[in-house]
Design a protein around this ligand. Sequence first.
Ligand code: BGC
Length: 455
Amino acid sequence: MKSSFPQDFAWGAATSAYQIEGAWNEDGKGPSVWDQMCHHRPERIWRRETGDVACDHYHRYREDVALMKEIGLKAYRLSLSWSRILPEGTGNPNPAGLDFYRRLMDELLGAGITPWVTLFHWDLPLALYHRGGWLNRDCVEWFGDYTEVVVKALGGQVKHWITMNEPSIFVNLGHFVGVNAPGDKLPLAPVLRIMHHVLMAHGRSVQAIRAITPQPARVGYAPTSGARIPATDSAADIEAARRCYFQVDTQSPTHLALWTDPVFLGKYPDEAQATLGDAMPKATDGEMKLIAQPLDFIGYNCYTGERVRAGEQGAPEIVPFEPGNAMATLSWLQLAPESLYWSARFLTERYGKLPYVVTENGFSGHDWVHLDGKVHDPARIDYTHRNLLGLRRAASEGIPVGGYFHWSVMDNFEWHEGYRERCGLIHVDYRTQTRTLKDSAYWYREVIRTNGANL
Ligand code: BGC
């Protein structure tokens, strides 16, 4: 069968620095809020596990890149540890930290794998948290300066940049709910102030990349939310799902449109003021302009979604999952494979026909190496297959799809869930650091080889 995916489609997989690197205090790295959380509030993490060693990728990156090559990845999305590069968050860079990333980029480029670099995936330097963290408006310049240091050092090797990973999640879980680092539970108004600063920091970072890159760069952002899937194909249900997807209807900082309307449309959704009232930051025109820097693609981390139908007068109603709906081991990760199609459609409708890139999509399990020495993970294969069919549908309808990054390349430290949850295409035995390609890695290799024609 002919593939609907464009020839230059970025078939990739993703990781993040804290979740795989280890070497938490080596070669001049400063601590991050995650080091702090794991060491000083260990009871908050499953079995008091830490990212101190994780997949030991800092020392084993060559082996890991060779495995990525074996899978045939065309692109690899990774994040940089800010406090490995700037131990104090600002000031003098740590040459050994930059050198590590230079060597890693060389290794990737040598293997024919395009690096997509995320500047921030949740591990804020602890020194900056002590200066007020994201609550301090100076964070906008801190993040801009950090971006400059990185692009100066790596801009010759890297053409694809993502400023931040899932800002709604680190702001919500780290500052409002408190289960992730830095573990704060602030009232809504300061949390929304953080949101505003984070969005400005994103904009400042985009400006810095564009100002400094020595080659044409593609810049994006990786927000997330649950998708909204119309319960039927009726126009009323489709409209209800669209409304529900972008609505701001509860006292929470997680609503997607809070994070995407400012970036792509230059304004907060009108509904935000009505729902969140005085807690909403008073933004100036200059601030909104800073946030709304033009981007080159719509990145989106998409794992799951909920079905929506039109109720009275078209009001969106969530249709609960049926008892026993298929799901992953992470309790929020329900099987809802139409999510990729509907999010691609709704996002490109609202924000314009920029390429849509799935910056994360994946499946958690409790995989292990079986007696035959292999890791059989049929559920991950089926989940991914179904999800990719949704993306293929989007492509076949003319939605410009630019890439797909499976989460994750390898099993890793799943934040407050520790090592309980495994999302990798590659199994990691944390006692020996042995890597084993799972069945899903071999399956994904065929998907990549055929450019999705085998789906
Ligand atoms: C995050 C990853 C995380 C994954 C699975 C995403 O929310 O970006 O860091 O490991 O989901 O939970």
